[in-house]
Design a protein around this ligand. Structure first.
Ligand code: PLP
Length: 383
């Protein structure tokens, strides 16, 4: 039975009801008995990503991203690196969005050339430069649905049509949007990746990743993952399976809080600028409206300088100064001290990332408490 509703799928897809259990049990067994007549290819072993814990999650994730097949991995980075290494031969060239998640960007820039891959960074917002960046070896276009920390959304249809015209595989990291806000496979992307550590799990208690796409592509990636060994532990599978059930409720509540907070922050005298796709002043408001089913729960805002930004973070009582995102609790970070610390300050400013920028992963707390907390912290910051 195929259900259309997102939460119905989140709750019921990939639930084999083993011995009638409504909650998928944890199969804490590294090895499974090989039965009569089974071949080497039927061996079940945790590293081969084919225990009942993995199978159930794969079915759930595929259902949420409207994909044929899915594969969970030990982290978001394991999903990204294994996927790209599986779909490219040495010598291949990647067109990668500028301003990707720092780990992805560092891997593409520092590690890929050593492995025989070339990478060119392009702005996803300026398609006029994409063609010039192509080489005869270009194979992959890699981007993120919503960028970090300025929350930009590219014209995703244009990305896909460019890839079709030039024979590239469009691959997208959908972590910030989550499948609640966007299903890139429906737009023509070939593969969708997630750091499942974030919204998919939502409770800040595991690290996990996943990739979703056609059966043939996922088989190709699974083969590499089995050899690289980036498998997800069954207990983490259990927590992710449980976390996903409330994904839509969480993302909707968090996104609503973020929209209210963004509008409210825009009125504060200490705040110079607010970045959230719900704001009509945001550069990607129209693209977000067109390609997303909501504006997301990440926002950023600018205070006068790094001193003001640090003071604000220090004075929060509810919001926690911590990296990562997507959990039920509100977290704040300073991109110049974390994700973009290694970027040259002049280049950082050119990218629009000022020293006083505060990034917020908005949680599910009551909005009145969040406003009180932000107001108290802001009141200590000079306007
Ligand atoms: N992709 C994005 C957009 C991220 O923000 C992160 C981590 O912050 C990752 C991938 C990497 O995920 P993980 O930490 O699960 O390896």
């Amino acid at each position: 039975m195929k259900h259309k509703g997102f939460s119905t799928r989140a709750v019921h897809a990939g639930e084999p009801r083993i011995q009638g259990a409504l909650t998928m049990p944890i199969f804490q067994s590294s090895t499974f008995e090989t039965r009569d007549g089974e071949s080497y290819d039927d061996i079940r072993y945790i590293r081969l990503n084919n225990t009942p814990s993995h199978d159930a999650l794969h079915a759930k994730l595929a259902a949420l991203e409207n994909g044929e097949a899915a594969l969970v991995t030990s982290s978001g980075m394991a999903a990204i690196t294994t996927t790209l290494l599986a779909i490219m031969e040495p010598g291949a060239h990647v067109l990668a969005q500028t301003g990707l998640y720092g780990g992805t960007s560092a891997w593409l820039t520092n590690e890929c050339p050593k492995l025989g891959f070339d990478v060119t960074h392009i702005s996803c917002l300026d398609s006029s430069k994409w063609e010039k960046a192509l080489t005869p070896q270009s194979r992959v276009f890699y981007c993120e649905t919503i960028s970090n920390p300025l929350l930009e959304v590219a014209d995703l249809e244009e990305v896909v049509s460019f890839c079709k015209r030039h024979g590239l595989l469009p691959v997208i990291d959908n972590t910030f949007a989550s499948p609640v806000l966007c299903n890139p496979l429906d737009l023509g992307f070939e593969l969708v990746l997630h750091s499942a550590t974030k919204y998919l799990n939502g409770h800040t208690d595991i690290v996990a990743g996943c990739v979703i796409g056609s059966q043939a592509r996922i088989d190709q990636i699974r083969h590499k993952l089995n050899l690289f060994g980036g498998t997800l532990d069954p207990h983490a599978c259990f927590l992710l399976q449980r976390g996903i059930k409330t994904l839509e409720l969480r993302v909707k509540a968090q996104s609503e809080n973020a929209s209210v907070l963004a509008n409210w922050l825009a009125e504060m005298p200490q705040v110079r600028r607010v970045y959230h796709p719900s704001l009509t002043t945001h550069a990607s408001h129209q693209n977000a409206k067109k390609f997303l089913r909501g504006y997301g729960a990440m926002l950023a805002f600018e205070l006068a300088d790094i001193r003001a930004a640090k003071l604000f973070c220090d004075r929060l009582e509810l919001g926690v100064y911590a990296p990562s995102l997507g959990g039920v609790e509100t977290l704040v970070t300073l991109p110049v001290c974390t994700s973009h610390a290694s970027v040259d300050p002049v280049q950082r400013l050119e990218m629009g990332i000022g020293d006083g920028l505060v990034r917020v992963s908005v949680g599910i707390e009551d909005i009145s408490d969040l406003k009180d907390d932000f107001l108290r912290a802001l009141s200590e910051v000079a306007s």
